[in-house]
Design a protein around this ligand. Sequence first.
Ligand SMILES: *Cc1c(COP(=O)(O)O)cnc(C)c1O
Length: 468
Amino acid sequence: MRYISTRGQAPARDFSDVLLSGLAEDGGLFVPETWPHFTPADWRAMRSLPYHALAARVMQPFVGGSIPFHVLETICRDAYAGFGHPAIVPLVQLETHLFVQELFHGPTLAFKDMAMQVLGRLFDYVLTQRDQRVTIVGATSGDTGSAAIEACAGRERVDMMILHPHERTSLVQRRQMTTVLAPNIGNIAVEGTFDDCQDLVKAMFADSAFRNEVRLSAVNSINWARIAAQVPYYVAAALALGGPDREVAFSVPTGNFGNVLAAWVAGRMGLPITRLVIGSNRNDILTRFVQSNDMSVSAVEPSLSPSMDIQVSSNFERLLFELLGRDAEATRRTMVGFRETGRMAVPEPVWHRARSRLDAFRLDDPGIEAEIRRLRAACGYVADPHTAIGVAAARAHPAGPGVPMVAMATAHPAKFPDSMERATGHRPALPPRMADLFERPERFSVMPKDLGAIEAAVRALVGRNAPR
Ligand SMILES: *Cc1c(COP(=O)(O)O)cnc(C)c1O
């Protein structure tokens, strides 16, 4: 399998290259040169597989010749072995035709673990093959950092430094990062905001001497391998509900468009997925696009679902490329124009093509709290604020008579105890395997937003672990 850039000006690559490089040199995103396709008989044969084997089977065409199948299967088995539920991605029924799929049984209690746990192991395998090491740096406001740390802790070929804004993450989020004491992991609490952290990471990448010295890399949400690792749970849900012999629809609480893109890919691979519903909070750029072809950037505002507080959904470029009939030049022009003007010019027929598959729904903070309460009263289900948006979006856009709708549950309610208490009067307990989170020892440094000092800290981390 080869990968091309959505902007058409980078050479084609294989899966390992795409895994390690993230963004294409022309600023575009990598997509498969052709979409793999499974027949109805292929899908039916997957019904009997445990989740890790299903995941390997679905990812295999994307990985191509880069990794032998038995290695991929082992990677998937190990990636999901530490999950807190034997079904890995259990379906819970809320109404006759409404389900949630819980994607939060991984080590950090949010859906990012689904892909990150695979990604860390893929990195280790490919870097071992190439006899290389990399240093991953990242900025986080909470969820992504902890998922990346859990995925890379103890990996032999990777050092990782994560920057978070000092005293601006929740205590659960901070402790999920800072109590991981593996020697290849470092945490810096920057005296500043999340934007300051992001600027520091960008500055490290822009410092080419430093970038080459420590072999800088990233695991951000545009990495194709993350999308590929998110396709299998859509397959698992569809098969459990009667696919490929029955249609199914999905509702996805959305930020960077990575999760919902994986659902689109599952449909492209031959599953009968009729509709995709995008859920957003008050940061509703995608909802405005789907409802009125208005993709215009405004300021990011904090909400009860912080992992969706995003204005530019970077993975949307991949869908745009498809909607434009894989015209890379038109994609490049549209994206450059979007960056320059803050408004994406999408021709009417292209927008209609998007509308034929997508619905969208926006829920503000009072609406989120009301939906959490409603769900608890209606069927005793305790949904976190992100999941509540997905369920409300699903109810607002039912898929049609007899078609099951699955809303993605992206975080465990115990990650957001304050919001949950305000909505329901109860603080959800952490799962037993994490109950001692607040007693575990922490390790992190508090540092000013000083590029030189932070680069020195990264160098020290790398030097400590370099093979001698
Ligand atoms: C990251 C995240 C999302 C948004 O997912 P995207 O792939 O960025 O659309 C939703 N909910 C939770 C809990 C998340 O951590």
